[in-house]
Ligand binder design. Sequence first.
Ligand code: ZN
Length: 313
Amino acid sequence: MTFTMGNPFNMQDVGFVRNVRGSCVKLQVRFSYRASDKGQDMAVDYDKLQAIPQRDEPYHIVVTAAHHDDIEFGVAGSVARWIREEGATVTYVIITDGGSGSNDPDVSRRALIDLRREEQLEAASIVGVNDVRFLDYPDGVLQATLDLRRDITRVIRQTKAYRVVCQDPTTVFAHSSYINHPDHRAAGEGTLYAVFPSAETRPIFPELVAEGYEPHKIGELYLNLTQAPTHYHDISSTIELKMAALGAHVSQIGAGDDFENGAKKWLTESNRLGGEMVGVAYAEYFRVLKFDEERQSWYEEEKKRLAAEAAGD
Ligand SMILES: [Zn+2]
């Protein structure tokens, strides 16, 4: 089955969409823009970026995360593909200062914050991201405040992002063994409500308009760390880059054998299992919301589902 949608960048993903009812449909690959394999190495001129990109036009992605290393664990494989295969430019927003990333009483919080910032910049540059914003909220006690929402809204308006990627704030537990970190949920909630209504509504945060940031409506929201994936993204071509980026976070996951047999092994297996869901080697998964689709499509889908249910399917 082939989807026909208004925006070609809805179609970038090899693999399948798993809709909320659990049925899968294969997607056609239609992008044709190819960027340099070196990734982005230029300053981004946000004014030239398209709010809703047409085919072959550059577009911008904002990825938010509570902590240094969250992006590398969750979405760096997809980011690397978007940069290399679609010419996307990307901004990372690291919300906390990373200062709670050690239980060692001899490690100074200030030194750790500085070190983790360097590690994050290195991890970002490995996949081709040179714009990293550090919001420096205290690590471990993040809340989805209006200040946080305003700070994220500012970045979305300034960069005119087409796609925003964040952590799913509805995930309280993951599988049967993980209590989701409250910072992840707060980061996700702050981003969600920055996307809507704050980024696109002029009277909200008038101080941002005073700073020169006019309203902006994004096209797509990708939620990672989700329990309700709709979308598996093939990262087989970028899994090595993703692991190299992860390896930059030495203060968190060690180096050498500790890394190879620890975080790298675990994450590789996790992405392999993701890939197995859609018949590719490695995949990351997301819950995806597309704001430029016709609302009608939901009703059509619902009608088909009800008809299938009535037919005893
Ligand atoms: Zn985290």
